[in-house]
Design a protein around this ligand. Structure first.
Ligand SMILES: NC(=O)C1=CN([C@@H]2O[C@H](COP(=O)(O)OP(=O)(O)OC[C@H]3O[C@@H](n4cnc5c(N)ncnc54)[C@H](OP(=O)(O)O)[C@@H]3O)[C@@H](O)[C@H]2O)C=CC1
Ligand SMILES: Cc1cn([C@H]2C[C@H](O)[C@@H](COP(=O)(O)OP(=O)(O)O[C@H]3O[C@@H](C)C(=O)[C@@H](O)[C@H]3O)O2)c(=O)[nH]c1=O
Ligand SMILES: [Mg+2]
Length: 298
């Protein structure tokens, strides 16, 4: 049996970078970035899929600048909402499957407990709305899709909140960070490893009886942006990193005191029972992933 071809988008992003490693043992990975194919160019995207002829498409590419998306909404919509539908249509022509990613920001964040996949969505931002539209466009184009909704992605490669906090803590003695939004930082490496398990099972088993659908994929546990910032700064100091701010100088503030163009959900907690029950995958605590990344970048 010859190795299957896997088309991977967003190769330079946090998750795409880790996927290049994690998918490598499963087949021939054709990894593309913006320079190879602009996902906002539908015709180019169709031509790419038709020339690569993948058995599986993995699509971590996205417009992820949450605040910028509020004003740059046409671009965000093209990449997040339209491109997944095009990938789904082209995959369907080939009999291929698509693994796609979405976000906690599809929810309104007003639920008391963790969200399950069955809960109603209610995006509060352009980013969240375009990501939800992308999920729906993909699902309408092909039943052979897996959507992994994750949260607060953090990786060694690429930009994220943890790196922003390390930079700010190197510049200032005092930081103010939102303490009334809750979620789980999820490492790009964990997302890539879980994806590889799902992809491997699909490539072995094929589409018949495969549990396609939407799954939450977030590290175990929960924190606030504020406690997360304190954790990152504390760990960095333990590693001997010279910083101006210490954890006790990271002050909790309400989201109302940190106005941003896009509204973030108060509750971003994702229940991952469905992923565990379906694929037998147990997700580690968020601190493990963050510590591992800090070891890499410090
Ligand atoms: N980051 C987060 O906190 C979260 C992310 N997610 C979702 O997880 C997935 C992966 O996110 P993550 O890896 O963090 O994202 P990144 O922002 O790190 O990477 C996204 C990648 O998409 C590429 N991209 C953007 N626009 C285009 C375009 N027009 N054409 C081609 N490629 C494009 C970017 O390429 P380039 O570098 O060239 O611009 C970049 O490499 C996304 O679906 C995201 O919505 C879900 C929850 C949280
Ligand atoms: C920089 C900074 C941010 N904040 C707040 C703003 C916001 O409420 C929170 C997080 O800010 P960020 O802009 O880094 O996070 P944001 O870009 O909103 O992160 C989101 O990205 C998208 C792609 C997702 O899908 C989400 O899961 C989530 O990870 O921290 C502070 O309170 N103080 C600060 O100094
Ligand atoms: Mg951001």
């Amino acid at each position: 049996m010859s190795a299957p071809t896997i088309l991977l988008t967003g190769r330079n992003g946090q998750v795409g970078f880790e996927l290049q490693r994690a998918l490598a043992p499963l087949g021939k990975v054709v990894a593309v970035g913006t320079a190879d194919c602009d996902l906002a160019d539908g015709a180019a995207l169709r031509a790419l899929v038709q020339s690569v002829q993948p058995a599986l498409i993995v699509n971590p590419a996205a417009y992820t600048a949450v605040d910028k998306a509020e004003t740059d909404s046409d671009k965000a919509r093209a990449v997040n909402a339209v491109a997944p539908g095009i990938l789904g249509e082209e995959a369907a022509k080939l009999g291929a499957a698509v693994i796609h990613y979405s976000t906690d920001y599809v929810y309104d964040g007003r639920k008391a407990g963790p969200y399950t996949e069955a809960d109603a969505t209610g995006p509060q931002s352009v980013y969240g709305q375009t990501k939800l539209d992308g999920e729906q466009a993909l699902a309408a184009a092909t039943p052979q899709h897996v959507v992994l909704r994750t949260s607060w992605v953090v990786g060694a490669h690429g930009g994220n909140f943890a790196k922003t906090m390390l930079r700010l803590a190197g510049e200032r003695e005092e930081l103010k960070v939102v303490a009334d939004q809750f979620g789980a930082p999820t490492s790009a490496a964990l997302i890539a490893d879980v994806t590889a398990h799902i992809a491997h099972r699909y490539l072995q088993q094929g589409a018949t009886g495969f549990p396609f659908g939407t799954y939450h994929l977030a590290a175990e546990g929960e924190t606030s942006w504020h406690a997360y910032a304190q954790f990152v700064i504390g760990e960095a100091l333990r590693h001997g990193k010279a910083l101006k701010a210490s954890p006790d100088r990271v002050h909790p503030i309400p989201a109302s005191a940190y106005p941003t163009p896009a509204q973030r959900p108060t509750n971003s907690r994702l229940d991952t029972a469905r992923l565990r029950q379906t694929f037998g995958l147990h997700l580690p605590p968020w601190q493990d992933g963050v510590r591992h990344i800090l070891q890499q970048i410090l």
